[in-house]
Design a protein. Structure first.
Length: 607
RNA sequence: GUCCCCGUAGUUCAACGGAUAGAACGCUGGUUUCCUAAACCGGUGAUGUGGGUUCGAUUCCCGCCGGGGACACCA
């Protein structure tokens, strides 16, 4: 269904006439005293038309047909056009929304999107550094799917590279089998660190590592078996974490999947002239097509601009991650199979319109170079390439988030602590609840709190990790939103009412006359208006890949609900008002649950 | 050094170039014979600095100050 915002925008566009390419936009008003929606179009058009903005606004309003939706639009300030919705229009929209499976979120033209996120490394524990990519990528995938896009999520795990030389040497010499059985990842981490130390002092150890790496790459059976075992053990860990987080990947190809493509990629880059040799390495240099300061292959020092090439084949002949990323890109753009369980024909390849990489901001230069190389190498490719980057998680001391002893925080342990802290609170607040249920509630609340804390800040901001803040029931947190949902569920339990029974039948927007609803109370009206904005907020998120917009919306919705609930009795209300209020409650609960679900966060029925 | 990001209330975070910069915590005043007070309703208090573009700048451009990050064979 269409949003009120888009209806107003198209009516306004019709009244404004030729805007010379200026988009006619309507936004929800920041302050209710300006009405519900506002547009700046008169001010934007005033200059090119050499008109007085307020005069122009008056002319636009004179042609504008919106009396089915709002009161006569008002002109304010320098030329703002303000819209105030008629209660009848709010009721009609709210009723249609309540009958809509998509809760008023419009369908958009379908695009095919690959989302590459999480990307943990084999033989290493997942740690706090993986949270943002994992949580953000999953939320974007869920939101894109809800909007109707065709999405493939791909976990590009680090399962290939020079570190396996050292791991293989260590596996053969210092591995403790018992320790490996007890704690596989811990033992792999231990032997890697130990071997790394040995290599620092003993050049023969480095040679040994190189030797084992070459054998692995040449297909040596023993090394291949060890590598596969390390991969398997790591995947067990990944699966456990992803299961706790409720995250699913359509693909987990990993870097090793592309290793047979690397030679061809390098050859193509060389023969197409994209890359050339320098100091024994094969490099991509600037092609001077961009202004110097925008060129990802240039860097300036005191003597002027100098080359900052991207290396696609090291002097020793090995490839690096740029090469792997190019191979990955080539497969994803042209030959990514739609399904993994059967061979597919040409028209079953995925061929994405967009590929989204979710990584931290430190990789910006890498992706700028990667995308630039791709454009030069494959100029006919039209796929949109997006690097969705994010800031760091800091400790309360303002430095990168670490344990007290200065180690990286392991993701599994972090989730344990979140659940444990949530369990303590739930036990405190609801001691009568059976322990099994308290555990389950603590799981939903604890995991939700961690995810929400991560999604709430603008993704490009660094943020401070605070257990107390994220698990608080006050303020913009997951527990507060979950509590809002629970409180609504409690109303229906108390009244012995099936929520489905208060919902209008599908298509109810055509028969609003049958609905005796009135939204006489200010709390009712503002809640209904806030519900109508769900469909306006969700599509905006993908424009800049910013799920925090949804967090802020849900928080405002919960606030609107609590205000309504404070001033409007539900179960004790007289009929007509009672059923309208029950529907407001139910719809709020559905939007809260759906909104949280889009962020990858669950809701308990009680807490 | 060059490039990227950041600098907003005591603190932690918001704000498609729009109106009187919005929350939470903190501090502070109030609300419960009533559907979960894990709540609600008030008060307090901020755009680092100097220019520029614009009808309008936290937002865009330039300088300065302060913080973080990236910059040839790690990913």
């Amino acid at each position: 269904m269409e949003t009120i915002q888009s209806i107003l925008a198209s009516r306004l566009a019709a009244a404004a006439g030729d805007t010379g390419g200026i988009a006619v936009t309507v936004q929800s008003a920041q302050d209710t005293r300006f009405g519900d929606y506002q547009s700046n179009i008169a001010m934007q058009l005033a200059k090119p038309r050499r008109a007085n903005p307020r005069q122009l606004a008056m002319e636009i309003i004179a042609k504008l047909q919106v009396d089915d939706l709002c009161e006569t639009p008002e002109i304010a300030g320098a030329g703002f056009i303000n819209f105030r919705l008629k209660p009848a229009a709010v009721i009609a929209h709210f009723t249609a929304l309540a009958a809509d499976d998509h809760l008023g979120v419009p369908s958009v033209p379908q695009r095919r999107i690959v989302i590459d996120f999480s990307s943990p490394n084999v033989a290493k524990p997942m740690h706090v550094g993986h949270i943002r990519s994992t949580v953000l990528g999953d939320a974007l995938a869920r939101i894109a799917r809800f909007l109707g896009h065709d999405v493939i999520t791909d976990n590009h795990i680090g399962d290939w590279g020079t570190q396996f030389g050292m791991l293989l040497v260590a596996w053969k010499t210092i591995l403790n089998k018992d320790a490996l059985d007890r704690d596989p990842i811990g033992e792999l981490e231990r032997i890697y660190k130990a071997q790394n130390e040995l290599c620092k002092t003993d050049p023969r150890q480095l040679d040994a590592a190189r030797g084992e790496l070459v054998k692995l790459q040449d297909g040596n059976e023993e090394n291949d078996a060890i590598w596969k075992e390390m991969r398997r053990l790591s995947q067990v860990q990944f699966d456990e974490i992803y299961s706790r987080l409720g995250i699913h990947f359509d693909r987990t190809y990993g870097e090793s999947f592309y290793r047979y493509m690397l030679r061809d990629v390098v050859n193509e880059l060389y023969h197409s002239g994209t890359a050339r040799e320098s100091d024994g390495a094969l490099c991509v240099f600037s092609d001077d097509s961009l202004p110097e300061r925008d060129d990802p292959f240039l860097i300036k020092d005191e003597n002027g601009w100098k080359p900052a090439p991207a290396i696609v084949r090291k002097a020793d002949g090995a490839s690096n991650y740029t090469t792997t990323d190019l191979a990955t890109l080539k497969l994803r753009v042209g030959f990514l199979p739609r399904t993994t369980d059967k061979p597919c024909t040409t028209d079953e390849f995925f061929r994405p319109d967009e590929i989204i990489y979710v990584t931290d901001g430190r990789q910006q230069l890498h992706f700028r170079q990667l995308f630039a190389i791709w454009r030069r190498w494959q100029p006919e490719s039209t796929a949109k390439l997006s690097h969705v980057w994010f800031g760091s998680i800091m400790g309360e001391d303002g430095k990168p988030f670490k344990t007290r002893s200065g180690d990286t925080v392991k993701l599994g342990e972090l989730l344990d602590e979140a659940e444990e802290r949530a369990f303590t609170t739930v036990t405190e607040k609801s001691p009568e609840m059976p322990e099994a249920e308290r555990r389950e509630v603590a799981r939903i609340v604890g995991i939700g709190a961690v995810k929400y804390a991560d999604l709430l800040p603008n993704r490009q901001s660094d943020y401070v990790f605070s257990w107390d803040k994220m698990l608080s029931f006050q303020g913009n947190t997951a527990p507060y939103l979950q509590y809002s949902y629970v409180r609504i569920r409690s109303i229906f339990r108390k009244g012995g009412i099936d929520p489905a029974s208060v919902r209008p039948a599908a298509g109810a927007e055509h028969s609003t006359a049958n609905n005796a609803a009135t939204l006489a109370e200010p709390g009712e009206l503002s809640l209904a208006k806030k519900l109508a904005q769900f469909g306006e907020v969700v599509p905006m998120i993908l424009d800049d890949h910013r799920p925090n917009l949804l967090c802020n919306y849900l928080y405002e919705l919960a606030g609107a609900f609590h205000s309504f609930f404070e001033s409007c009795p539900v179960l004790k209300a007289v009929e007509s008002a009672r059923s309208t209020r029950l529907l407001l409650c139910d719809t709020t609960a559905r939007v809260l649950a759906k909104g949280l679900d889009l962020l990858g966060i669950g809701v308990p029925e009680r807490m």
